[in-house]
Design a protein around this ligand. Structure first.
Ligand code: 3PG
Length: 306
């Protein structure tokens, strides 16, 4: 019998677990649920004799993938797959997929929420600002950014974007594409980062780019901490006392923020962008359906380690 592991240190909402289980059981598969595990040992044991795994930000490194002797497919229920060692999976003939777009609205709503929180001076009672009329710069234009764009437009914002790969998609909806990242940072009141933690995006938010920010601007990061050069961010925040940083990922240098930037930053205690029942349902159900389609029809549509 095909065995599917659901391994989530940060569990899905119960309604999502129920629906995922239902889809897999209807296909005749056995479901093994490993939630809130704190030790890698538990994951290594659980993965040992399963055929498939549904995960979130759970680390599937070479050791875990190799421990999955029967493991044929890993589906990351979400967008970013920087937690999976793709070369190792490819070497083991294991297919890795994500579920693009499924949790995008949840992350976009958090990005907008954090932007408002920053503009309103962390709801401290100090006079803040309004979104309407301000310019929002989208750094990247994937599914999350497109949802941020939709919401920002409704709030009466000007929206501009810097993207290399989705220029046509942006232009098609009348969105102004800047010539460079520097231009995006220079023209925006609020920057929302939406690029993955790989390739040229790693540490792409560097001093060269940040120095173009206006004082008083807000950076919202619902992507990954790896896309920001943290020492450069600290440097610019020291130089410009009006800049704020709102992030769904706690930076490695969080202690420096505590020391130096009181009232100018916010970090969610645990990555919370996709933590809604709706996003869990959408991404979890997509993952379960992709696994069934893979085993029943050989469907590899969302494979990321091609
Ligand atoms: C993603 O990449 O889809 C988001 O960062 C959500 O990650 P999570 O499933 O760990 O909350």
């Amino acid at each position: 019998m095909t065995k599917v592991l659901i391994a989530t240190t940060k569990p899905f909402a119960p309604v999502a677990v129920e629906k995922i289980t239902d889809i897999l059981k209807t296909a005749g598969y056995e479901v093994i649920l490993l939630e809130k595990y704190s030790e890698k040992k538990a994951l290594l044991e659980a993965v040992a004799d399963v055929d498939a795994a549904i995960i979130r930000s759970d680390i599937f490194d070479r050791e875990v993938l190799e421990a999955g002797k029967n493991l044929k497919i890993v589906v990351r229920a979400g967008a970013g797959y920087d937690n999976v060692d793709l070369p190792a999976a490819t070497e083991n003939n294991q297919v890795v997929m994500n579920t693009p777009g499924q949790n995008a609205n949840a992350v976009a709503e958090l990005a907008i929420g954090m932007a408002i929180m920053g503009l309103r001076e962390m709801f401290s009672g100090k006079p803040g600002g309004e979104m309407r009329g301000r310019t929002l710069g989208l750094h990247g234009f994937g599914f999350v950014a497109r949802n941020v764009f939709r919401i920002a437009r409704a709030l009466g914002m000007e929206v501009i974007v810097y993207t290399r790969y989705s220029k046509a998609a942006a232009a098609a909806i009348g969105l102004k594409v800047t010539h460079s990242l520097e231009e995006l940072y220079e023209k925006s009141d609020i920057i929302s980062i939406h690029v993955p933690a790989r390739g040229e995006h790693l540490k792409s938010v560097s001093y060269d780019v940040l120095q173009h920010l206006k004082d008083g601007s807000i950076i919202v990061n619902t992507a990954r901490k790896e896309v920001v050069n943290e020492p450069d961010l600290v440097k610019i925040m020291e130089e410009r006392p009006g800049i704020k940083y709102m992030s769904d990922v706690t930076p490695d240098c969080a202690n420096l923020f505590e020391e130096k930037f009181n009232g100018r930053y916010f970090f969610t205690p645990k990555k919370a962008g996709a933590q809604t029942a709706e996003a869990n349902l959408n991404a979890g159900v997509a993952a379960a359906e992709q696994i069934v389609a893979f085993f029943e029809n050989g469907d590899k549509t969302f494979q990321v380690n091609k």
